[in-house]
Design a protein around this ligand. Structure first.
Ligand SMILES: NC(=O)c1ccc[n+]([C@@H]2O[C@H](COP(=O)([O-])OP(=O)(O)OC[C@H]3O[C@@H](n4cnc5c(N)ncnc54)[C@H](OP(=O)(O)O)[C@@H]3O)[C@@H](O)[C@H]2O)c1
Length: 415
């Protein structure tokens, strides 16, 4: 028996060594997920387990890092959203032969460059148009930009169907569920359990949270991430957005998607089956693991992330989330129950409120307050249900209206 297994391993070894060569684009290459993706690509190429060609890279305003990445990886095209940075980008890339552009049209151009695998890692609804373009192109989409699916779920899924590429979740929770979800027998699944670290204020009272600083809010206990998602984790809106994301990605009813606080962030999420079996995916809190999973799926590729050391893990604990202390979770569920354009409003209001907090114009607890007020100010009576497929124009119009209302609401609470 052992001899047979060893022989099989030897036969399999060459196939496990390399994953298919691919053309890769990274939308949001200068951010936390973008940089982790490039680190993983460096590692995979250095170990010989992948041969990847970087096609297009994008950023918002970090022109120096974008230019360095473009030159290092010999990208074909780079786009910067901030048009004021175009002259500097052109100068930094002068003589390299790398093409570049600025503004939304350039981001869309970057997303339409022929690629096999596109990492969607722009933060916020700003990623919507380029991510839709990449989805329609037929590339596999490694999907991190959850706001895109929250604000335009049906539109985005229709674009994926049109393109025919695979949608590979990168958010660690959804990647975990994806790995253990039986897509052939979804009716045998009784619950999805999204784990949440609880963020930096899990044990704080609301009174303590009243005067939270930006520095405290972005200091996540387990994960190193961009500022917006770090604040979302602190309010727990991140988990609310993830519940909506899970409802879009998996054919399990929304009322069977639960959140469990798990402060150690070792179990990244779980799927419960009718027989009582609960399948979990575990790992250290390092985005290079879910990115590696999305890069090689259904194959596996080695990642530089630290592996779990069970001897030193200690206790794994679980708690029910406190929706009185963290109302964002309840507000997000409310938006999902209404469905249609309510998640669009939720996302837009939250984005603006988080930006105001990061600019020190709004208090931490007012982020959820503003979001709830804006959601309540809309009459969704005639909104088409999610299944009836919204139009992109409806999404963009509602997004703009929600941002106007959020700006008004923020002015009322301005510090
Ligand atoms: N970080 C994580 O561990 C993690 C985990 C799961 C899911 N996600 C999701 O992944 C996405 C990215 O998160 P992140 O933490 O990597 O964010 P981040 O560090 O803030 O990076 C965001 C990226 O998007 C670019 N960007 C920002 N605003 C833009 C705009 N208006 N137009 C075009 N590009 C813009 C940024 O460019 P500049 O650098 O020039 O600003 C950067 O490249 C988010 O949707 C987040 O929820 C992140």
């Amino acid at each position: 028996m052992t001899a047979t297994l060893q022989q099989t391993e030897r036969e399999l070894a060459p196939q496990l060594k390399t994953i298919k060569p691919r053309r890769v684009s990274i939308l949001g290459s200068t951010g936390s997920v973008g940089v982790s993706t490039l680190e993983l690509i460096d590692f995979a190429c250095s170990t010989g387990s992948a041969q990847l060609e970087i096609v297009a890279l994008t950023a918002n305003s970090n022109v120096e890092l974008l230019a360095r990445q473009a030159i290092k990886y010999r990208a074909a095209f780079v786009a910067i959203a901030d048009e004021g940075q175009f002259a500097e980008l052109s100068e930094l890339l002068f003589g390299t032969g790398i093409k570049c552009g600025a503004g939304t049209t350039a981001l869309i151009e970057a997303a339409s460059y022929p690629a096999d695998w596109v990492m969607a890692a722009i933060v916020g609804a700003a990623g919507l148009q380029p991510t839709l373009t990449a989805a329609r192109s037929g590339a596999d989409i490694a999907f991190a930009n959850k706001e895109c699916l929250v604000c335009a779920g049906g539109v985005f899924l229709a674009a994926m169907r049109e393109g025919g590429g695979r949608l590979l979740p990168v958010d660690s929770e959804h990647n975990a569920i994806f790995q253990v979800y039986d897509f052939e027998r979804p009716e045998r699944i009784t619950r999805l359990l999204l784990t949440a670290s609880g963020g930096p204020f899990r044990t704080w009272t609301q009174a303590q949270m009243a005067n939270v600083t930006v520095e405290q809010a972005v200091d996540h206990p387990n994960w190193s991430m961009g500022a917006k998602i770090s604040v979302d984790s602190a309010t727990m809106m991140n988990k609310g957005l993830e519940v909506i994301e899970a409802a879009r990605l998996f054919p399990t009813p929304a009322n069977k998607i639960e959140v469990v606080v798990h402060p150690q962030s070792v179990i990244h999420s779980m799927v419960e089956y009718v027989d009582g079996s609960v399948l979990a995916q575990m790992g250290t809190p390092d985005m290079r693991t879910p990115i590696a999973s999305a890069l090689a799926w259904p194959d596996r590729v080695e990642s530089p992330s630290t592996k779990l050391d069970f001897g030193s893990l200690g206790e794994l604990s679980f708690e029910i989330p406190d929706e009185t202390k963290f109302p964002a979770l309840r507000i997000a569920r409310q938006a999902l129950d209404i469905d249609g354009l309510a998640p669009t409003v939720l996302n837009a209001a939250n984005e603006l409120a988080v930006a105001a907090f990061l600019n020190r114009h709004l208090k931490f607890l007012d982020i959820s307050h503003v979001t709830e007020q804006v959601l309540a100010s809309f009459d969704f009576g005639s909104t088409a249900a999610f299944g009836a497929e919204l139009l992109l124009e409806d999404v963009l119009e509602t997004d703009t209206e929600a941002r106007h209302k959020a700006a008004e609401e923020i002015r009322k609470h301005m510090i």
